[in-house]
Write a protein that binds this ligand. Structure first.
Ligand code: BES
Ligand code: MN
Ligand code: ZN
Length: 499
């Protein structure tokens, strides 16, 4: 799909379809008024006759409107003007895109950028129209023998802006909207992939592909034997339960100058989580293929950053392993020594995310980072606490936490902070080792983060628990690509702050 910006009068556009908003009841937007007057009231006549009143989600397709140069005009219902908000705006875009795809218009010139959204400028309207468009058009049919291709798919989408002065900001919105959407697509594709294909070596190969595709990215893969030798006993305790070898995947993106300290993103990459010997119940266990959603979002964010050529240094550390029950699997009660030297009593092998992550976090310290953010589908408890709308955010550094919360607001990919006070660490005490890998049922997302915090004393650190946001369950189940938008926004704000 190709996006571009233009500033021009609606009746003069030679295109397959003009897209024009109509507010309820039967109130034309500026482009609609113009088309109506050049066509001597053709459109207002139809509306008066009752063909459409502008309710949200309505659509009326007109052919050959008199005295215009486009093949079609699509009127899209926008609801009451006063009630227009961000979510409705996204719905309007999605409706328009679906209909355009059905009607066979391969090109569209949209005047929906003139919709009156309080406090939102052209940048916002264009960027989020792109994100909504590519969200609407996303399909994952790689494993279907029959693909669901539209006969004449929409190929080119033109955003109209009211003056030429707005062209540059429109271009910026396109670049950023497309890069973020490409990142989201990357993350969705990886997380939707089944566990028999997307395993740790597959993720490692994907990292090698990144190094081939982007000149500023270099990839290093550490094998299970190297990790064992290094002393990453917590990681190995998980990955040795599987016949498929675990990998620690490192991608280094150098977009900044050599002396800039890197921002480190650490991703949980459990390519399938059976629970191990503490086996999970069977229902919906298929969904545990997305337990590498944290790593998927790191890939997506790195893609967005590299496509935008952000002037930052970013290091990604992905802990890729499969959590299986087997003769080699860790047993409840096993004690292992982590890369940090601290010993851990594994009371529940299903709390494997924190085991692979604590070693990845310790490893991340080698890069002398500016800050470390880990992203993980870490706990079912975060779904109980926050549902599917907000990612859980926990951090040892207030300014970093606020930056991430703000980036979430700005990118429509929100997080909500939970505390990790000292009192919560209590439950992780072990009778036999430095700490246990689980606490009681209370505050499960918090105690999981507290476990990680024990390994992150030296650096600014934040943890995003995305178990509720990275995946949609039910009929329409599938990966969401979250929190690629939040993380990329965070990086964009860092760039803006530095310049
Ligand atoms: N991958 C799961 C967390 C999860 C659960 C993600 C549901 C998405 C949906 C994680 O490894 C896990 O099993 N966590 C346990 C921790 C418990 C044993 C302390 C959980 O949440 O039940
Ligand atoms: Mn688990
Ligand atoms: Zn898990």
């Amino acid at each position: 799909m190709e996006f571009s910006i233009k500033s021009g009068s609606a009746e003069k556009q030679r295109t397959a379809c003009l897209v024009v908003g109509v507010y309820e009841p039967r109130k034309l937007t500026a482009a609609g008024e113009l088309l109506d007057s050049v066509s001597d009231g053709y459109i207002s006549n139809l509306l008066r006759r009752g063909d459409m009143d502008g309710k949200l989600g309505q659509m009326l397709l007109l052919q050959n409107v008199p005295n215009t140069l486009s093949d079609r005009v699509m009127l899209v219902g926008c609801g009451k003007e006063r009630e227009l908000n961000e979510n409705n705006y996204r719905k309007i875009i999605a409706t328009a895109i679906n209909k355009l795809n059905e009607t066979g218009s391969m090109e569209a010139h949209s005047y929906l950028t003139e919709l009156n959204l309080k406090g939102r400028d052209s940048y916002w309207k264009i960027r989020f129209a792109i994100e909504a468009t590519l969200e609407t058009l996303y399909t994952f049919d790689q494993f279907k023998s029959k693909k669901s291709e539209a006969r004449r798919p929409l190929r080119r989408f033109i955003f109209n802006v009211s003056s030429r002065r707005e062209l540059p900001v429109g271009e910026q919105a396109i670049n950023e909207g497309v890069a973020i959407s490409n990142g989201i697509r990357e993350a969705k594709n990886l997380a939707n992939m089944p566990g028999n294909i997307c395993n740790p070596p597959f993720l490692a190969a994907n990292a090698e592909k990144f190094a081939d595709e982007f000149t500023h990215i270099t990839t290093t893969i550490l094998d299970e034997s190297e990790l064992e030798e290094m002393g990453a006993g917590a990681f190995v305790a998980v990955s040795k339960g599987s016949d498929i070898p675990g990998k620690l995947i490192i991608m280094e993106y150098q977009g900044g100058s050599a002396e800039d300290k890197p921002l480190v993103l650490v991703g949980k990459g459990i390519t399938f989580d059976t629970g191990g010997i503490s086996l999970k119940p069977g229902a919906q266990m298929d969904e545990m293929k997305y337990d590498m959603g944290g790593s998927a979002s790191v890939f997506g964010t790195l893609r967005a950053a590299a496509e935008l050529k952000l002037p930052l240094n970013i290091v990604c550390v992905l802990a890729a392993a499969e959590n299986m029950p087997s003769g080699n699997a860790a047993r409840p009660g096993d004690i292992v020594t982590s890369l940090s030297g601290k010993t851990i009593e594994i009371l529940n092998t299903d709390a494997e995310g924190r085991l692979v992550l604590c070693d990845a976090l310790t490893y991340a310290e080698r890069f002398n980072p500016e800050l470390i953010i880990d992203i993980a589908t870490l706990t079912g408890a975060v779904i109980i606490g926050l549902g599917h709308h907000a990612s859980g955010l926990m951090s040892n550094h207030n300014p970093l936490a606020h930056e991430l919360l703000n980036a979430g607001e700005k990118s429509n990919d929100r997080a909500w902070r939970l505390p990790i006070w000292e009192e919560y660490h209590e439950g992780l005490k072990s009778n036999f080792a430095d700490f246990a890998n689980i606490a009681g049922r209370a505050g499960g997302s918090i105690t999981a983060a507290c476990f990680l915090a024990k390994f992150m004393r030296k650096y600014q650190w934040a943890h995003l628990d995305i178990a509720g946001t990275a995946w949609r369950s039910g009929q329409n189940k599938g990966a969401t690509g979250r929190p690629v938008a939040l993380l990329t926004q965070f990086l964009l704000e860092r760039v803006a702050k530095a310049s």
